[in-house]
Design a binder for this molecule. Structure first.
Ligand code: F6R
Ligand code: MG
Ligand code: MG
Length: 383
């Protein structure tokens, strides 16, 4: 058994109540019971079960390291058990994220989202778990950049000797299946070239310059795994706080600007990301707008002391109000870009179908009138 503690956040949508808006409390209770048993057997050190929108979130600490078949298997089994219950209640889309038929050692690529990290626990170890619904993993790019590279967000980058050196970003190209590392602030502009396109390039992890893990996100893309739309990825992210990492307040600060993310209705719209307390982590209006929840814990020998519901604070009221204003404005665009995602990003299948049906009706544009072209077809300059 390792000296390191591992924290694993594994999540899946295994049935919504009502529709895709939220979750049934029976599923949460059932998952708790299952993880309680696992804790009693000594498989995991501690756990906390929660939700965000229609996603069931399993937060677990253990000594098995990342990508452990034991822990991933436990999560898979929990989701399967809850799916039986979800089917019994005929919850909406019961079992939708359990894409594979059987567990094969690791939930990566099977449907559930995973963020996990291992480290030696510091004398005091504050962590923030970020969970979002109705959006995808690229939604963390902007806030992670702000936390770890933007001195206008994180004062510590300028005034704390512990942070002044900067951080190292691991970026995944989820379409090209490759990764790259960037040091900040030195390579900040190179980093931004890629992470500014969050549909393809996603910040997977952030490290200190000495290699200590600072943050990790889930980067699974369900549509890429399944080959067709099966729901948004609804990502999670773990961030360590204080000391050599940004302060709790520097981790939460980026969410005062409700940035525009992809997701929302049918996974096919841009909209603002609304920071909410758990009680408002349900996606109602136009199946959204996309929500983010932040739970804070103190680790104590692997025990999860907490949580504290970090966005349950009037300090985020203005962000929520602004979010509603932006949501109104976007909604007025209806099916027009840039509310609707561009053609190539549309995950629902009606557009390709319509395009195929109409393919034969497209005809070439008439040739330009001879009076406005030269003999060789080139444009004639106007006087
Ligand atoms: C988006 C989402 C929902 C559904 C929408 C239609 O991530 O989960 O917006 O896409 O409610 O759902 P279906 O096609 O299941 O009726
Ligand atoms: Mg759902
Ligand atoms: Mg969801």
């Amino acid at each position: 058994m390792s000296q390191e503690i591992t924290i694993s956040v594994i999540k899946a949508d295994i049935g919504g109540m009502v529709g895709h808006s939220g979750i049934h409390t029976d599923l949460v209770a059932m998952a708790r019971q299952h993880l309680e048993e696992a804790q009693r057997r000594g498989v995991i050190v501690d756990y906390y079960v929660t939700w965000c929108g229609d996603d069931l979130q399993l937060i677990m600490t253990h000594r098995h390291g990342t990508d452990s078949p034991i822990v991933h298997g436990l999560a898979w089994e929990t989701f399967e058990r809850c799916t039986v219950k979800a089917k019994e209640m005929k919850l909406y889309g019961a079992g939708q994220d359990l894409i594979a038929d059987a567990f094969s050692g690791n939930v990566r690529g099977m449907g559930p989202g995973v963020a996990e990290m291992s480290f030696i626990e510091r004398p005091s170890e504050p962590i923030i778990i970020l969970m979002a619904d109705k959006t995808s993993a690229g939604a963390w790019n902007l806030p992670l950049f702000r936390m770890f590279a933007d001195p206008f967000n994180t004062a510590g980058l300028v005034i704390s000797p512990a942070l002044h050196e900067g951080f190292r970003f691991e970026v995944h190209d989820v379409k090209g299946h490759k990764r790259i590392f960037f040091n900040c602030p030195e390579e900040m502009y190179d980093l931004l070239v890629f992470i500014g396109a969050p549909g393809r390039y996603m910040i997977k992890a952030v490290y200190t310059k000495k290699g200590e893990i600072a943050a990790v996100s889930s980067t699974e893309r369900l549509s890429l795994i399944a080959g067709h739309y099966v729901g948004k990825d609804d990502p999670v992210c773990i961030v360590r706080a204080q000391g050599i990492f940004p302060a709790v307040g520097e981790i939460l600060e980026p969410f005062t600007m409700p940035h525009i993310v992809e997701g929302w209705m049918r996974g096919s719209h841009y909209g603002p990301l609304m920071p909410v307390p758990l009680q408002y982590a349900k996606c109602t209006r136009f199946d959204g707008p996309p929500r983010v929840v932040a739970l804070g814990f103190q680790l104590a020998d692997g025990r999860l002391v907490g949580p504290r519901d970090m966005f349950d604070d009037p300090a985020f009221d203005e962000a929520r109000r602004l979010c509603n204003v932006i949501a109104d404005h976007f909604r007025r665009h209806g099916p027009f870009e840039p509310h609707r995602l561009p053609m190539e990003e549309m995950e629902y299948t009606t557009l390709p179908e319509v395009a195929e049906r109409l393919a034969g009706r497209w005809e070439p544009l008439p040739e330009p009138h001879p009076a406005i072209t030269g003999g060789d077809g080139s444009a004639v300059e106007a006087d």
